[in-house]
Design a protein around this ligand. Structure first.
Ligand SMILES: [Zn+2]
Length: 287
């Protein structure tokens, strides 16, 4: 697949993408907005509120009816164009829930789109009709608490839950490692032919790829547990040991990911926290 920005690339019959011009250490070449359907279409992950990208999306829909604008989750590289695209096309915004803010403090951080306001929220298993076919929501919390994948025939649009170029960032408080692992397990039990992630190339061997992702996380967890079994350590020290040669732009994300593993291990009774130091309890468990 070529990396051309703001043009409609047909990937296979009825599935095309428009690449937004927002490349970064977290988005790879940028956000891939998918346009699915033929005579009637839906847009998945409209992306950042960037005028050039919006124009490209409006052009991509062309004279066809736009049935819905769907978001997998509400990070700023996915959902901000939803409302402006809705205003220009009249199509409803349907899909993931807005982020639930909790009384104890916001789960949102700077990466969240707080303006996202869907016309309709899809629960797990609910669907909409596009071009005479069902587009089905598959709840996949973990990367964020409100993350959905969308199934279209035997293809699955995986948003940031499974990406084609990098492992997914799971950062507390909204990101949750146990949820993420459960959501990988959910995909493992499906029989999708292909994944279309929001970032990176399509995944053409989903079953094998998800097994690899689960293995990678279990390895990371074992490594973290080993490090805090040797002696109490803080997160910075764990990152330095577990991610040698890490791109400095990713240090914060790696720290968040380590923290997500530690919280998961703590819930399972394998580690305890004292101030900023984490220690193994000696009772390892993986349910
Ligand atoms: Zn995201």
């Amino acid at each position: 697949m070529s990396e051309r920005y703001e043009v409609l690339d047909e990937i296979e019959p009825g599935i095309a993408r428009v690449l937004a011009h927002n490349p970064s250490a977290f988005t790879y070449y940028g956000t891939q907005t998918y346009v699915v359907g033929d005579d009637e279409v839906a847009v998945i992950d409209p992306g950042p509120d960037d005028p050039a990208h919006l124009d490209a999306l409006v052009d991509s829909v062309g004279g066809r009816r736009l049935a819905a604008i769907l978001c997998t989750h509400t990070h700023r590289d996915h959902s901000p164009a939803a409302r402006p695209l809705s205003e220009r096309t009249g199509a409803p915004v349907i899909g993931c829930a807005p982020l639930a803010l909790e009384a104890v403090g916001p789960r949102a951080d700077a990466s969240f789109d707080g303006d996202y306001s869907p016309d309709r929220v899809l629960e797990d298993g609910e669907s909409i009709e596009v071009d005479g076919r069902s587009l089905i929501a598959v709840a996949t919390p973990g990367h964020t608490s409100n993350h959905l994948c969308f199934a279209w025939g035997d293809a699955l649009f995986t948003g940031d839950h499974v990406m084609g170029w990098s492992t997914t960032v799971v950062v507390p408080p909204d990101g949750d490692m146990a949820d993420y692992m459960a959501s990988l397990d959910k995909l493992r039990k499906r029989s999708d032919r292909i994944y279309f992630p929001a970032h990176g190339p399509p995944v053409t061997n989903p079953a094998q790829y998800v097994r690899h992702l689960v293995g990678h996380r279990l390895q990371r967890e074992a490594q973290i547990l080993r490090l805090v079994t040797e002696r109490p350590r803080n997160i910075e020290e764990i990152v330095a040991n577990a991610y040698p040669g890490l791109d400095p732009r990713l240090t914060t994300a790696a720290g968040g990911s380590v923290y997500a593993h530690l919280l998961d291990l703590e819930r399972r009774g394998s580690v305890v926290q004292d101030e900023d130091l984490w220690t193994a309890t000696g009772s390892a468990s993986r349910s």
